[in-house]
Design a protein around this ligand. Sequence first.
Ligand code: TXA
Ligand code: MG
Length: 341
Amino acid sequence: MNTIIKKIDAEQIKDDDFQQAGEILREGGLVAFPTETVYGLGADALNSQAAAKIYAAKGRPSDNPLIVHIADTEDLKRIAAKIPEKAGILAEAFWPGPLTMIFPKTDAVPYGTTGGLDTVAVRMPNHKIALELIRQSGVLIAAPSANTSGRPSPTRAEHVRKDMDGRIDMIIDGGKVGIGIESTIVDMTAEPPMILRPGYITKEMLEEIVPQVTLDPAILHQLKEGQTVRSPGMKYQHYSPQAHVILVEGEWQNFAAYAEQNKADGVYALVFDGEETRLSLPCLTYGASGQEQAQQIFSKLRELDDRGAHKVYVRAPKPEGIGLAVYNRLIRAAGFEVIQV
Ligand code: TXA
Ligand code: MG
């Protein structure tokens, strides 16, 4: 399949920009597009065969459900069978934005989209291209991150091209994304609501709007054999470059000493901005603040592959605020291999 690359400037959208993408989606094809979090791989969410193509293109396990993207809160009623009052309040506060909420699904949503679950995950992205694509195509768009299953999520069209060229119909190139890690997922079928995947919208931000929100223990800990997961995506190895990733947690001095001791051919360190000058092994940096780290983490994990790194010691962020989301992605990239120094 020839993958069409279509550049669209979000600040200067032209009348016919979405014509071909809309046709592809209506006919059950696949279009990758930017959102404010990461690039998504879109298909008609209410068409089971279209959703099946997403799983095939990504090599995604069929029990890992997709998020349905909407452009209008009215659309929520078509796909969510019960919308608790709290969900309405959270939608009012955070949509469009990087918040995904889980509801019992209606019959309109095929099991092919929800990985066989009776619930559906929904979000309204805060990106002009994503919103226009949904509106102009006239379909609700199921979209996981547009990477090959298990690889770091794409934050640029080039990342999508590397993983998906020849496997999907079109990639809309709308430039670099803003946030860099995927949306916060909150299960609204639980009471109090439960965060299944941390993101830019933190527990503290949610609790300014609704009284109490809990955190799924699977966010920070590996599940034991046979333990059930609320979010199937949590059980798979994720976000990994080819290199062997090891998360190293502790003070800078101890990190530095540990990395120097383990210096060898093909061994890299991924550290915070400014620390690279203080190590003798090859380094990449991934920002200083939590927001910068979120923005850069996935592209830096991909860059390690481009450089041919075999092993990488990653400086662990503090699991607080947005840092919790970055930490959550990193422990999965490391397959839960964490060293305390
Ligand atoms: O920011 C995002 O959320 C991006 C952009 C493209 O919107 N999408 C994204 O999709 O990250 P994906 O497929 O990479 O991650 C979706 C996660 C998976 O871990 C999946 O298991 C979980 O959401 N999920 C989806 N539906 C669910 C459901 N009904 N119940 C529990 N977890 C669900
Ligand atoms: Mg993903």
